[in-house]
Design a protein around this ligand. Sequence first.
Ligand SMILES: [Zn+2]
Length: 233
Amino acid sequence: MTNNAPDKHFRKRMAVPEFFGRSPDDTSAEEWFVEMRWPDGVACPHCDCTNVQDRAAHHNQRFRCRGCGRRFNPSTGIVMANSNLRFRDWLFAIYELRTSLKGVSSIRLHRDIGVTQSTAWFLMHRNRAAFTDEHRSFKPLASLGYCHAAVAHSARAYCGGEVHTNGNESLWPMFKRGYVGTYHHMSEAYTGRCVGAFVVGHNIRPLNTDKQLASVAARMVGRSLPYRRLVEA
Ligand SMILES: [Zn+2]
């Protein structure tokens, strides 16, 4: 894999005060998700109609589609669906995940955003669910100015010009440090999702924080991880 992103020394990492300056409350965080999901205007997730009424009178479904008549909100049909957590909690969890090279534990997130550890644990797994479809997960990278290329391992090729597998040599030591220093234990049932999330996170690390957050938001659409499926894994 190669990239045409700025050199890492010039990469802009959003500091915590800047994050809270941009998203001071739940309303601003919700607007961020709306903008990320529908940059060209809100479209109904049920029928794709763009004739949508905003602020329709309803306690938690702010949009109403004039085409099919159904109501929805910014989290309908994405990995955040049916969550009681605030938009700002989700956005902060994404920020924490993307700015911490070795990952974030559920204990730390539980203390940072003031939810129970089990809620933080569920939140982290749902965030990782946004990363685990490899075929789709790389697609948003091109639109973010990042070039994805592959090496034909099946043809026993491990280096093709600037495309090579040496990046793996820095990936696994970092994953091991996250395992030893942050997570301490990883259930076999969840290892695949954790590794998948870590690998994709590693691949988008040259992007500025802004673009990394946008990349996560793009991956959330069309994915879900109900609590029952998680605990029965
Ligand atoms: Zn509709």
